[in-house]
Design a protein around this ligand. Structure first.
Ligand SMILES: Nc1ncnc2c1ncn2[C@@H]1O[C@H](COP(=O)(O)OP(=O)(O)OP(=O)(O)O)[C@@H](O)[C@H]1O
Ligand SMILES: [Mg+2]
Length: 365
């Protein structure tokens, strides 16, 4: 079965062709093509994504990207058995371009349409190209620009969120700290690079301990597995102001000109160490509470971080921890195709292209 997959939830316009026999996916899943057009160069100038600009860029890129994915895979529409598209969560305008394109192509070429959740796709990036595959039950740590979640999966396409962030996502925190230090967007890779020159033990930032139940009833009810990253971002800001010897009323945008290069490197290294420690402590706790878990799957843009990979392998063992190939950590359509194929394997029915609902939801359901 050949799936044409489309992803446009944030600032990457992507299409891919993924093939596999849904009855025997663990052995047959194959990536035929993978095209990603990133808008990073546009948003570097602004230091972050502007939703309206992102949507317009998707509109320009999407049809050429789909065409190239088919060409690279050496497939025509006759070879494609189904279309998969990210329907939520993400920026509404960006999602609309991808979903409207997929719906139109599904109607035009008379193909079944699968609407895929973006975070499921991040998890399924781990089934794309790895030699060995994770075993169930597993715990997935999804760490991206918009989400930080610990999810238990007892089987394919079964997701139980057991921990989530109460405020900022960890990727968002990398991006905001990078901005304070005057590093380019996206902040994650820039912080990781700067941290190489710094001392990770120079500054001590707090590890939040959540003890009260979440206010939102839809959130998991084990507060100790929840995350909070907004305090870490503020702690870095206050430390930067202290080092620069300026009052706390000093705007964060001014600090980059007041800090020496070595101070920025120490702040980046200490922040990165704290963020990784917080993530892995909670992951360790989730494993203690779920002793039946066989594999750990780490997914989402922040999973590209090499220091995190190294420490996770040290703590949990190389055989037990899985990461996507770094190029599949961030947004791409190959992971959407893989996710759709495992949905089909699990018996999920296609969506009606005339009534696809893309209202954003922040939980996997
Ligand atoms: N090497 C790295 N170290 C730390 N963070 C990184 C690294 N590379 C990328 N990131 C971060 O990953 C995030 C982007 O990941 P991703 O594309 O999965 O997020 P998103 O799609 O915007 O959000 P979501 O998937 O929650 O909808 C950014 O915050 C970026 O800074
Ligand atoms: Mg993403």
């Amino acid at each position: 079965m050949n799936i044409l997959a489309i992803e446009s939830s944030c600032d990457e316009t992507a299409a891919a062709v993924v093939s596999g026999d849904p009855k025997n996916l663990d052995e047959t899943l194959k990536l035929e093509s993978n095209v990603v057009v990133s808008q990073i160069d546009i948003f570097k100038a602004y230091g972050g994504v502007i939703p309206e600009v992102a949507a317009r860029s998707h509109l320009e890129a999407i049809l050429p990207v789909v065409k190239k994915a088919l060409k690279d895979a050496d497939k025509t529409w006759d070879d494609i058995d189904a279309i998969a598209v990210t329907h939520t969560p993400g920026l509404l305008g960006s999602l609309l371009i991808g979903t409207l394109t997929a719906r139109t192509l599904a109607i035009l070429h008379n193909k079944p349409l699968y609407a895929v959740h973006h975070l499921k796709s991040h998890i399924y990036a781990n089934w794309l190209t790895n030699d060995s595959l994770p075993e169930f039950p597993l715990i997935a740590l999804v760490i991206s620009g918009g989400h930080t979640q610990i999810i238990k999966m007892n089987q394919h396409n079964h997701f139980d969120i057991i921990g989530t962030t109460r405020d900022d996502a960890v990727g968002e925190c990398f991006d905001k700290v990078a901005k304070i230090l005057g590093l380019p967007y996206p902040g994650g890779p820039a912080i990781a690079e700067k941290a190489k020159q710094g001392d990770p033990k120079k500054y001590h930032f707090p590890h939040p301990k959540l003890t009260s139940a979440p206010r939102d009833k839809n959130q998991p009810d084990n507060p100790s597995l929840d995350f909070s990253f907004s305090g870490l971002k503020t702690a870095v800001l206050r430390t930067a102001q202290e080092i620069a010897n300026v009052p706390i009323s000093t705007p964060s945008g001014e600090l980059k000109n007041l800090l020496a290069d070595g101070q920025k490197a120490d702040l980046a290294a200490s922040f990165q160490k704290t963020a990784i420690d917080i993530l892995l402590e909670k992951l360790g706790q989730a494993l203690t509470e779920n002793p039946d878990v066989k594999s750990i799957v780490i997914a989402g843009g922040v999973s590209a971080n090499q220091a995190l990979r190294k420490k996770a392998i040290q703590e949990f063992g190389e055989d037990r921890v899985f990461f996507p190939e770094p190029k599949f950590s961030g947004d791409n359509a190959a992971m959407v195709g893989a996710s759709a194929l495992y949905e089909i394997k699990s018996g999920v029915e296609p969506t009606d292209p005339y009534s696809l609902n893309i209202l954003p939801r922040s939980v996997i359901s």
